[in-house]
Design a protein around this ligand. Structure first.
Ligand SMILES: [Zn+2]
Length: 113
């Protein structure tokens, strides 16, 4: 399932970052989800909670998904939010953002802090 592998990716990325920063608890994970990534953020969050629930590092952790509006750039010089057909020349523009799924930041508790 598409959403499952995305949720699992978020979990492993957040876990690695948390350990690198000596976290003893992850409280919140901020994720950018491109609207062109064709995933359902609620489903990703649900699956993330299911994956992380047995991990004490993620006890009570929540996901904060932020939608990223698609942007495109065309060879003719057009840049904007028309991602399928260029309004200037009619060619298919190149998607420059909106397909990504990225963990942008973590809110953590650190030992001894
Ligand atoms: Zn164009």
């Amino acid at each position: 399932m598409h959403e499952y592998s995305i949720a699992y990716d978020i979990y492993t990325t957040a876990r690695r970052a948390a350990l690198e920063n000596k976290a003893n608890l992850v409280k919140r994970i901020h994720v950018d989800i491109g609207e062109m990534a064709l995933v359902n953020p609620e489903q990703v969050e649900f699956l993330f909670l299911a994956i992380s629930e047995d991990d004490p590092l993620f006890k009570g952790a929540t996901l904060d998904c932020r939608p990223v509006v698609p942007k495109a750039r065309c060879v003719c010089g057009y840049e904007g939010d028309e991602v399928f057909v260029c309004p200037t020349c009619g060619a298919m523009p190149e998607l420059t953002q909106g397909r990504e799924i990225v963990v942008t930041s973590l809110e953590i508790d650190v030992d001894g802090a």
